[in-house]
Design a protein around this ligand. Structure first.
Ligand code: OXD
Ligand code: MN
Length: 589
C-alpha cells in the first residue's frame, strides 16, 4: 500500500517540476537549521543584525516598500460555485485561477532553493489541530513559520499518520504588485500565493490556512475557526475564566491578550494568562461547552504603539530572539517605532530618518516572536483538550454610538452583534485608513465562504445540550466631543472583563436595554480611575435615535447576503429594531 507520505512526495515533485528549483530542502524545524537560515539571510541581505547586546538573537527584515500589508483586492476564494464564496470574497473559477497563478509559478524558483515546511496548527497531539505543508522559496518565510507554527519532524509524523494536510505553495516572485495573487481553493484544501513576502500573504499557516481554509473545513466538521484572541482571567480565588475576543486587525488583540491588571487588581490577586493573540479554533466538548485552542505558536504583532504603557508583556517578549519587519533603528542599532522612547536614525526603508517622509517605522511594521517568550504565556496553551470558553467578545473601533460594553440576551442576539460589527479600517491591509466598514466577527478578510452560510453555521451551535458562552460587545475606542478617547483602555479593560465574568457567574444583575444588557449603576468597578461620572455615563449611554439608524443600516447590510441570509438573523435584527421603537416593553421582555 502506498504510504501517506507518497501523496506529499508526489505533490512536492509536481511543484518542483513546475517551479524548477536548484535544490529542495525538507525543513526539520531544528535550531541548527534555523541558525543556518539566519546566516544565509545575513549574507544575502534579507536580514540585518540588530544590537546583539540589547537584543540578542534579534534581526531586522526590510520588505519591498510595495509589499507591506495584506492585499484584499488580490486575495481570491476559488470555489466551484461562485455563490459559495459569497459577496464577502473575491472569486475566480478554480480552473482559471490555477492557470493564471501556475503561469507565474512556472520556472520561478530557477537557481534557488525550494523549502518544504511541514507544520501543525495547534498543539501537536490535539485532536483540534490540523496540519499543512507550505512550499516556499523564501528563507524569511521558513524562519517565520518556525516561530509561528509547530514546524518540522513532529508535524511530518502527524501528516504521515493522518494522510490529510493543507497544501500551500508560495513564491515571493518579483514582488511586483501587478504579478501578485493570493488564491484559496477550499474544496481542494489548497493555497497558492505569488508575489508577496508579507506575513499575512506569505506565512500560509496563518490567515490563509488557519482562517480562510480552516473556516471552510470547520463548517463541514462542526467547529469554528475565528479571528480571536484567547485570554485567561484568574480571580483572587484561583478560578480562571477563558475569554475569546474578535477585533479587526490592528485593534489591540495582542494588547488585550497580554493585559496587565491595574495595580489594585494585582494586589488583590488577579492574574492574566495569554493563550493566543489572533486566531482561535473552537469546538463543542462532551459537556456542551466550547473548547478552544490557539493554532499558532508565536505572535506576529503590530510594533507601533507597543510600549511600556500599552503592553509591557509584549515588550518583554521581544527583547530577544525576534524578527522585526519594517521597523526603524536607533543610532546604536536597536529596533525603534513610534511609541518607544529614544530617537530613530534610520527609517523602515533604510533611509536617514526625516519626519517629512512620514513615520519612522511603517504603521504595519511587525515583530515575530515565539509565544513561549511571553511572561504571561499559559501552560494551558499546550493542552490538547483546549480551554473552555466562558465568554465571547466582539469589538471594533467605533468613535461613537457603541457603548463601552453590552451583553447579548442570548446566542442568537450574540450572533447578530457579531454579524453587525463595524470598525474603522487600519494599516494592516492596503487601502484607506479610518473608514468605517462592517466586519462581521472581524472575519471580513478571512471567512473562506459565504457570510450567509457562516452566520447560519454560528446559529447552529445553539442546540439541545449545548452550554454556550455568553456573548458581549465592547468598544474601547469611543471618543468625546473633543475627539479624545473616553476610556483609558489597556490594563483598565480588566474592569470590563471582570463585569463580564460576574455576569457569567450570575453575580451581576446588569441593566436590560433594547440593545442588550449593560452594567447597572455601580457594577463597573471604577475605584482608582480618575474619570468624571458624566464620562462613564457617556460611555454607557444608549442613543435611541442613533441606534434606530444603526439597526436600519444593519438590516440593509444583512440583506446583502440574501438569499443565504438565515431568516432567524433578520428576525433578530427586527426584534431589536422594534424594541428600540418601544423601549419599555423590551426591558420586560
Ligand atoms: C494580522 C492581521 O496580521 O489581522 O493578524 O492582519
Ligand atoms: Mn489578525
Amino acid at each position: 500500500m502506498a504510504s501517506k507520505l507518497d501523496t506529499l512526495e508526489h505533490w512536492v515533485n509536481d511543484v518542483a517540476a513546475m517551479t524548477r528549483p536548484a535544490t529542495i530542502h525538507w525543513c526539520d524545524g531544528s535550531d541548527t537549521e534555523y541558525r543556518a537560515l539566519v546566516q544565509l539571510m545575513l549574507q544575502n541581505g534579507d536580514l540585518i543584525e540588530l544590537n546583539q547586546q540589547t537584543h540578542p538573537g534579534c534581526y531586522l527584515h526590510r520588505s519591498s516598500p510595495s509589499d507591506v500589508a495584506r492585499v484584499e483586492h488580490l486575495t481570491f476564494v476559488c470555489t466551484g460555485d461562485q455563490a459559495d464564496a459569497g459577496p464577502n470574497n473575491h472569486w475566480m473559477a478554480p480552473a482559471e485561477a490555477h492557470t493564471k497563478i501556475d503561469a507565474l509559478f512556472d520556472g520561478c524558483m530557477e537557481g534557488r532553493t525550494m523549502y518544504v515546511i511541514p507544520y501543525c496548527m495547534g498543539p501537536i497531539d490535539s485532536p483540534l489541530s490540523r496540519c499543512g505543508v507550505e512550499i516556499t522559496d523564501s528563507p524569511y518565510v521558513v524562519a517565520n513559520m518556525r516561530t509561528m507554527t509547530r514546524m518540522g519532524a513532529a508535524a511530518l509524523a502527524r501528516i504521515e499518520r493522518e494522510g490529510s494536510f493543507v497544501k500551500g505553495l508560495h513564491s515571493t516572485g518579483e514582488l511586483d504588485p501587478e504579478r501578485r495573487f493570493i488564491m484559496h481553493f477550499p474544496e481542494e484544501l489548497t493555497i497558492k500565493s505569488y508575489g508577496s513576502g508579507y506575513g499575512g500573504n506569505a506565512l500560509l499557516g496563518k490567515k490563509c490556512h488557519a482562517l480562510r481554509i480552516a473556516s471552510y473545513q470547520a463548517r463541514s466538521e462542526g467547529w469554528l475557526a475565528e479571528h480571536m484572541l484567547i485570554v485567561g482571567i484568574e480571580n483572587p480565588q484561583g478560578q480562571t475564566h477563558y475569554i475569546a475576543a474578535a477585533f479587526p486587525s490592528a485593534c489591540g488583540k495582542t494588547n488585550l491578550a497580554m493585559l496587565i491588571p491595574p495595580e489594585g487588581y494585582r494586589k488583590d490577586g488577579w492574574r492574566v494568562w495569554t493563550i493566543g493573540d489572533d486566531i482561535c479554533w473552537m469546538r463543542p466538548g462532551e459537556d456542551g461547552r466550547l473548547y478552544a485552542i490557539n493554532p499558532e505558536a508565536g505572535f506576529f504583532g503590530v510594533a507601533p504603539g507597543t510600549s511600556r504603557n500599552s503592553n509591557p508583556n509584549a515588550l518583554a517578549s521581544i527583547a530577544r530572539d525576534t524578527i522585526f519587519t519594517n521597523v526603524a533603528v536607533t543610532a546604536d542599532n536597536q529596533p525603534w517605532w513610534e511609541g518607544l522612547p529614544g530617537t530613530p536614525v534610520t527609517d523602515w526603508q533604510g533611509r536617514p530618518y526625516d519626519p517629512a517622509n512620514g513615520p519612522a517605522a511603517h504603521p504595519n511594521s511587525r515583530f515575530t516572536v515565539s509565544a513561549k517568550q511571553c511572561p504571561t504565556w499559559s501552560p494551558k496553551a499546550e493542552d490538547a483538550r483546549g480551554v473552555p470558553i466562558s465568554a465571547i467578545v466582539f469589538g471594533g473601533r467605533r468613535p461613537s454610538l457603541l457603548p463601552l460594553v453590552m451583553e447579548a440576551r442570548d446566542w442568537t442576539h450574540g450572533v447578530l452583534m457579531g454579524a453587525a460589527m463595524g470598525s474603522e479600517t487600519t494599516a494592516a491591509a492596503t487601502g484607506a485608513v479610518g473608514v468605517l466598514r462592517r466586519d462581521s466577527m472581524a472575519m471580513k478578510p478571512f471567512c473562506g465562504y459565504h457570510y450567509g452560510d457562516y452566520f447560519a453555521h454560528w446559529l447552529s451551535f445553539d442546540k439541545a445540550g449545548s452550554r454556550l458562552p455568553k456573548v458581549f460587545h465592547v468598544n474601547w475606542f469611543r471618543k468625546g466631543k473633543d475627539g479624545k478617547f473616553l476610556w483609558p483602555g489597556f490594563g483598565e479593560n480588566l474592569r470590563v472583563l471582570e463585569w463580564m465574568i460576574a455576569r457569567v457567574e450570575g453575580k451581576a444583575r446588569g441593566m436590560e436595554t433594547p440593545i442588550g444588557i449593560l452594567p447597572a449603576n455601580g457594577e463597573l468597578k471604577m475605584d482608582g480611575v480618575d474619570m468624571p461620572r458624566e464620562t462613564l455615563a457617556e460611555l454607557l449611554e444608549v442613543d435611541t435615535q442613533g441606534w434606530q439608524t444603526e439597526l436600519h443600516a444593519i438590516g440593509e447590510y444583512l440583506d446583502s447576503f440574501r438569499p443565504r441570509l438565515p431568516a432567524r438573523l433578520r428576525q433578530e435584527q427586527q426584534r431589536v429594531a422594534q424594541a428600540l421603537d418601544t423601549p419599555r416593553k423590551a426591558a420586560n421582555a
